[in-house]
Design a protein around this ligand. Structure first.
Ligand code: AMP
Ligand code: ZN
Length: 465
């Protein structure tokens, strides 16, 4: 079966095709580096990662770009509160983001362009829109005139009947009810302090939407294959990206728009503004395994909401353990009598796995196929009906599936269980005033990349970053 994706633009599952033969160019809206990302955000990046990995699995060459938004209202106000420069402020969260990507085994994109390094490209785009009559200046800022772009609303399928011509919205984030001309370039305001650029469209800074149009087109071309993000970005962010890009280039911007549903907490979207969020760091500090978090975030199909619970996280960890035990046991298989049944099982599993993933990246079904394989092979192992070379082939197939899933990065899991028991041991040693043993345990843990911190509410640990 051919690879198919649900395209937000057409609200249908479409067969995937590429603009350039054998090559996919894709873009994911990256983080605004004003704080640590929460695991809801990472659902979006893990979804992008699964897409990236599966396209590679299918043999495509992939150019993957993810931007870093390092200038906006939130980064500016954060840096002002701390009295440090914008760059100094965002650097900390940029570094943390890349550490988190690594912990979650997210395959790096080729390019992570930063907004502040692409002001020139943004200004060029604004100038083009002005010259073509799609934009106008107003009190030092430049706005996009949505009335001038008749397809406006095609991505979010909005009803434009109530639009008030000429109404303007200055903030980057707003609801459908507030749809209006939006800011491409924001004229300098006292509250921006020292953050501004002197440009041909005035002194100020870019709006958020123009950042993504300028950076995606710079690295992927005017017309590229796939653009992703969470469903909350459909309107206004992606709608505005289309309006800006297509008006400027007079070409179709993106063929496939893919959007992931939200990670929820008790029926509400996990969000900074609701205060119902966990950062990856919060969970690692509590001793959870990063790959178990990855498992939880990818085990549900990306277009369905997932409810975050600690029970769910525990179940994800147990599923992973089952997988790790299975691969461990396969490595120990000794028999030399090959079983022809194995090849059939592997062929069927591969066909089923690919059918699930080809069907709009159905990871939950793909995991079902993987665990059916685990069950079938476990049975043959118990019955001693598997040779060591069969076992090697099973491991190869699992490895191939894992190139798309990214779950077999297991050092963390081993470290975690050991860490817990060593910490307990050290607490006991300290209680018994055996400081020599306590120090030795601390040293052993450091060798494993774990740093302990004794605080008033107990011993905490973290991975050395
Ligand atoms: P932001 O930093 O708010 O622009 O979000 C970064 C990415 O995370 C975007 O693609 C959002 O759509 C996505 N996102 C934010 N909250 C959630 C959530 N609770 N579940 C899934 N994705 C989310
Ligand atoms: Zn974006």
């Amino acid at each position: 079966m051919a690879l198919r994706f649900f395209n937000t633009l057409t609200r249908t599952k479409e067969e995937f095709y590429t603009i350039h033969p054998g090559e996919v160019r894709m873009y994911t809206c990256g983080p605004t580096v004003y704080d640590f990302a929460h695991i809801g955000n990472f659902r979006a990046y893990i979804f992008g990662d699964i897409l990236h990995r599966y396209l590679l699995y299918k043999g495509y060459r992939v150019t993957y770009v993810m931007n870093i938004t390092d200038v906006d209202d939130k980064t500016i106000s954060g840096s002002q509160k701390e009295g440090i420069s914008l760059n100094e402020y965002t650097q900390r969260f940029r570094d943390a983001f890349f550490d988190d990507l690594k912990s979650l085994n997210i395959k790096p994109a080729q390019i992570y362009p930063e907004a502040t390094a692409h002001i020139k490209e943004m200004v060029e785009l604004v100038k083009t829109l002005l010259a073509k009559g799609y934009a106008y200046a107003n009190e030092g800022s430049t706005y996009y005139r949505i009335e001038s772009f008749s397809p406006y609303g095609k991505l979010s399928h909005m009803d434009k009947s109530g639009l008030k011509a000429g109404a303007r919205v200055a903030s980057d984030e707003y609801e459908k009810e507030q749809v209006a001309d939006f800011a491409l370039w924001k004229g300098w305001d006292e509250k921006d302090g020292g953050v501004f650029w002197e440009t041909e469209v005035g002194k100020g800074r870019p709006g958020w939407h123009i950042e993504c149009s300028a950076m995606s087109m710079k690295y992927l071309g005017k017309h590229f294959d796939i653009h992703t993000g969470g469903v909350d970005l459909i309107f206004p962010h992606h709608e505005n990206e289309i309006a800006q890009s297509e008006a400027a280039t007079e070409e179709k911007f993106v063929n496939f728009w893919l959007h992931n549903e939200h990670l929820m907490v008790e029926g509400r979207k996990m969000a900074k503004s609701f205060g119902n969020f966990y950062t990856l760091r919060d969970l690692l500090q509590k001793g959870y395994y990063p790959i178990a978090i990855r498992y939880l975030l990818l085990a549900t199909h990306y277009r369905q909401q997932v409810n975050f619970t600690f029970d769910g996280l525990e179940a994800a960890k147990n599923a992973l353990k089952r997988l790790y035990d299975f691969t461990d046991n396969l490595k120990l298989v000794k028999g030399d009598k090959d079983n022809p049944e194995i090849i059939q099982i592997l062929q069927k599993a591969t066909a089923d796995f690919e059918a699930a993933m080809d069907d709009d990246l159905n990871t939950s079904e793909a995991l079902g196929v993987l665990f059916t394989l685990v069950k079938d092979i476990n049975r043959l192992m118990e019955e001693k009906k598997i040779s060591s070379s069969d076992a090697k082939q099973v491991l190869e197939t699992i490895g191939k599936f894992d190139s798309a899933l990214g779950l077999l990065k297991r050092e963390e899991l081993i470290v975690d269980d050991e860490v817990k028991s060593l910490i307990e041991k050290r607490i006991t040693a300290r209680k018994e005033k055996d400081f020599k043993l306590a120090d030795q345990i601390r040293g052993d843990l450091e060798d494993k990349g774990i740093v302990l911190e004794d605080t008033s509410d107990g011993t905490k640990w973290k991975r050395k970053m």
